[in-house]
Design a protein around this ligand. Structure first.
Ligand SMILES: NC(=O)c1ccc[n+]([C@@H]2O[C@H](COP(=O)([O-])OP(=O)(O)OC[C@H]3O[C@@H](n4cnc5c(N)ncnc54)[C@H](OP(=O)(O)O)[C@@H]3O)[C@@H](O)[C@H]2O)c1
Length: 321
């Protein structure tokens, strides 16, 4: 039997359709943002990478709840288009665009300087921006560009905004990681682009492991301040995340994704759950799965001694000596 025969086989077609239906029903998770009546009037939120994908859906949700939302984007054109769209869809005028390139520590410092000058409070910070599949490239700060964008830039951005968040407590930090962190490894020379294999999501997986490790250590350091920090896996989501992968890879991702993967709105459920839900009030240092349940991350992500070391190294790498 050829592969076309398999495709037309009714048993195969019906079971695939049923499987897709079950996956579709399950992928929404146990928490429904539409049923959550939490309002964010008077609250300020920053969402990085808010011009597309999951970040845009998170920002839309916050805007609908009445928050003052700052879209932290690297492209003025893409950011402005999203700003207009969110204002139009929600009627919330208190949406603002601030530019930041997370792969550059100078840009992160400029961004946070402006935020500290302009904002009286910050209640929610969602470190959403991320990239995958980039080839080797060393930034002007001397870091691998994926590590700079996915981990060191957000790490510095968060630390520079911590005092403002503590003054605004209760406040929540939500870091977008990925289930792929289980395939990640910790080797501190990776930060500088050493000992890395640039193949598919290899480097990305390491960065996503560091996200959880440092979020856990941050949560420990923030105990008693009223600021919580959690990491989250949004699920497999049909976004632009594969944009740096070969065409065939993207094509297959999109074909399979139509049936089995989440939409960006569905991908925003678990990050939004961490950022706004009553259930997550006071919960800190946890890893939230795509169905909004708290689960244990990989053993390396739970190593407290490693977390202290990782956090200190990242502090040193991002400090201005
Ligand atoms: N999609 C998934 O299946 C999946 C699964 C697990 C985890 N995640 C995580 O979810 C988060 C959002 O991903 P997504 O799927 O929504 O991806 P996406 O559609 O590619 O969006 C990524 C966002 O990050 C921004 N960004 C990239 N590099 C940046 C930089 N140097 N400075 C500032 N912003 C930058 C992008 O801006 P531009 O548009 O200007 O490039 C874009 O707004 C990521 O952290 C990702 O690791 C996604």
């Amino acid at each position: 039997m050829g592969w076309l025969d398999v495709l037309w086989n009714p048993v195969w077609a019906i079971s695939t359709a049923l499987l897709a239906l079950v996956v579709r029903m399950q992928r929404r998770g146990r928490w429904d943002p539409h049923a959550c009546t939490v309002r964010l009037k008077g609250k300020t939120a920053i969402v990085t990478g808010a011009n597309t994908g999951i970040g845009k859906s998170i920002a839309l949700d916050f805007a609908r709840r009445g928050a003052r939302v700052i879209l932290a984007c690297r492209s003025e054109a893409r950011g402005t288009a999203t700003l207009k769209e969110i204002r139009e869809k929600t009627g919330n005028r208190d949406i603002h665009l601030r530019l930041v390139d997370l792969s550059s520590l100078d840009s992160v410092r400029e961004f946070t300087k402006r935020i500290l000058e302009e904002e009286k409070a910050l209640h929610i910070l969602v470190n959403n921006a991320g990239i995958s599949g980039l080839p080797r490239q060393i930034t002007k700060d001397g870091f691998d560009v994926s590590f700079a964008t996915n981990h060191l830039g957000p790490f510095l951005l968060t630390n520079l905004l911590l005092d403002l968040m503590k003054r605004s407590a209760p406040a929540r930090i939500v870091n977008l990681s990925s289930v792929n962190h289980v395939k990640g490894e910790v080797d501190f020379s990776h930060f500088h682009g050493e000992n890395l294999t640039y193949h598919r999501d290899n480097v990305y997986n390491h960065t996503k492991l560091h996200n959880i490790i440092c979020t856990n250590e941050l949560a420990r350091r923030l105990e008693g301040t009223g600021v919580t920090a959690n990491s989250v896996h949004p699920g497999v989501v049909m976004t632009e995340v594969m944009r740096h992968y070969p065409f065939m890879f993207r094509f297959l991702f999109n074909c399979i994704g139509i049936f089995f993967f989440k939409s960006p709105d569905e991908g925003a459920f678990s990050p939004t759950f961490c950022a706004v839900s009553e259930e997550m009030e006071g919960i800190t240092g946890k890893y939230c799965d795509s169905d909004c349940s708290l689960v244990l991350p990989a053993p390396l992500a739970r190593d407290a001694a490693l977390a202290v070391k990782d956090f200190e190294i990242c502090e040193r790498l991002t400090s201005k000596l």
